[in-house]
Every structure is written in structure tokens, then in C-alpha cells.
Design a protein around this ligand. Sequence first.
Ligand SMILES: *Cc1c(COP(=O)(O)O)cnc(C)c1O
Length: 344
Amino acid sequence: MTKAKATDFDWPNIGFNYHDLPYSFHAEFKDGHWDEGHLTEDSTITMSEAANVLHYGQEAFEGLKAYRRKDGGVNLFRPDMNAKRMHKSAERLLMEPFPEDRFVQAVKEVVKANQDFVPPYGSGATLYVRPFLIGTGEVIGVHPANQFQFHILVTPVGPYYKGGMQPTAYVTSPYDRAAHGGTGQSKVSGNYASSLLPGSIAHEEGFSDVVYLDPRLHENIEELGGANFFGITKDGKFKTPKSPSILPSITKKSLLKLASDFGMEPEETTISIYDLDQFSEAGAMGTAAVISPVGSITHNGNKHVFYSETKVGPYTQKLYDRLSGIQDGDIKGPDGWQVDVPLD
Ligand SMILES: *Cc1c(COP(=O)(O)O)cnc(C)c1O
């Protein structure tokens, strides 16, 4: 495997692909405890053919980014929230969580070790950080592993929108992402395996992604592919679905807070696919794009257009500018949102 060099990259044009960087972080749980963990140049993982993850899917992951600031330093955005969420995902799949404080420390360590690959300020590119936890203990019968590996890979990713934000078209899916009482609240690979087919059908039909409806009634909006949904009502309320089977997005939690700072009343509530007229703007929220404006949603062949199919609405733009300004380190955010990575 050839390791990438920082000079290989044309930063604004790198797209969203995996690049093998010099260092990853790796730790193992065995005999009832986690080892120290260490940086490694080995970007492969070795495990038994009977590892739980290969058969019964004990896998949880996270996604966050390291942002280059104007002063040359590097920030993480609320990494403690990723640590906490991975802890919860691990508990749901009966995996041994990697301790939360060490999670944040390990993210800092691996970002620092690959600091030449944190793209320059202003390029729109960032260093994507992907921590994951797998059950590597051997199983044949269905039971949890007794050995685990926690690994962090990092790879640079380009700006989501090269020419600024663009609204896109979404379509409801006849498939469900997750059941109430299932693993919808956990960031686990199984949810994604089952989403590949609905996603691919939507792409073939010319849509950018899927709107999942609630698994019971197929009436209320759950989420959009790998992002949470919001709508802004005509009287300026910021609404986002409340459901036991959606993934609690950190971007959503942050936008709920910023919306209320802007005087928009935030509300987590049921949102019917038949009640989209209440909204003047809509969007998808997640680490990858921060906000993806939703231009339209097609349901049963009927297309509902929100603000515009080509232009970004004013509230969406304002929320995006504030949150991405905080993430890039240009605007001071609430306490604890901006975490410096010591580079020395
Ligand atoms: C990761 C993820 C999100 C977005 O969460 P963020 O913490 O905002 O990145 C939304 N939905 C699903 C299904 C996800 O896996």
C-alpha cells in the first residue's frame, strides 16, 4: 500500500475518497481491559475469520472533522459528543466501549501525527476522522465477542460544495432505515448496509438521497440517508423530527442551539410528509455538509418544492454561515464546542 504525501494534494479538488495517511490509532481490548493504544503506520487490520464483526456485525463508528484555523492551528468540533455517542452505540451492541476521555485524546494524537494533511484554511477541505470499534473475538454461535479493536483512520476530504451550497432533490423510500426499538439511534454499520439499496434506487431515479418515513405508519419524516431533517416554518420556527429510530446528530443539536440564539423557536416534533406546506425552507444536517438545503421532496409521485430548487433560503444560509464559521474557528462558539489540537 502506498502512503499519501501532503504534496500530492490539490486541496479544493480532492473530493471524498479514502487516502492512506502515515498514521492511524489502534487499541485492543483483551482479558477484560483496554491496552494503552498506539499510533501505527499499519493501515490494515488483522483478525480471526471467526471475528464477530464479520458474521454478526458488532461494529460502531463515528465521523468528525479537524479544521485548519486562520492562525494555522487545528480545531475539533465537540469531539466529546462523538465519544459519548460511540459509548452508547457500543452499549446497544454489547461491545466494550473505549473510554470517552481516551477517545478524545486518541483523536487529538492521530490528528497531530498527520498534521501535514489537515488542509489549509480557506480551502474548504478538512481532515475527516473516522473512529470505529469492532468485535474481533471468535464466535460461531450468536453471542457477543470478548475481544475488541478500536481504530481511528483519518483522511483528507474536499469541500462538500465547491461553488457554495446548492439545494437538491429528495425522494421518499418504501424501505425503512431502522425500526422503533431497533438500532436507529446507534451509529452502526448494519444500518448502512440496509440503506445501500434504497440509496442506490434513489440515485438511479435522479435524486440526491432518500427521505425515510417512520416504520410504523410511513407518514412521518425520520431522516435523510445519513443526515437529520429540519424545516423552517413560515413564522420562523426551526422544526426537526422526534422519533426513537433516528440517529441523534451532533450537527442537529448544535443548530437547535444556534436557531434559538437567532430567535427562531426550536422544536423537536412529529413532522408529517403530508404537512410540508408549513415550511418555507428545509435542509439536511450532518458533519459531511453541515447543511444540505432540501430543494424538493417527491412522495408518491408528487413533488413538493420548498424555498427554491436552485437558491438557498435566508434562514438556511444564516444558520450555515454561523455554524461553519464556528467550526472553521472564525467565530467564537459556545463553551466546549471548539477544541484545540495541540501541535507543538
Ligand atoms: C452520522 C449520522 C448523522 C449525522 O450526525 P452528525 O453527528 O451531525 O454528523 C445523521 N444520520 C445518520 C444516520 C448518521 O449516521
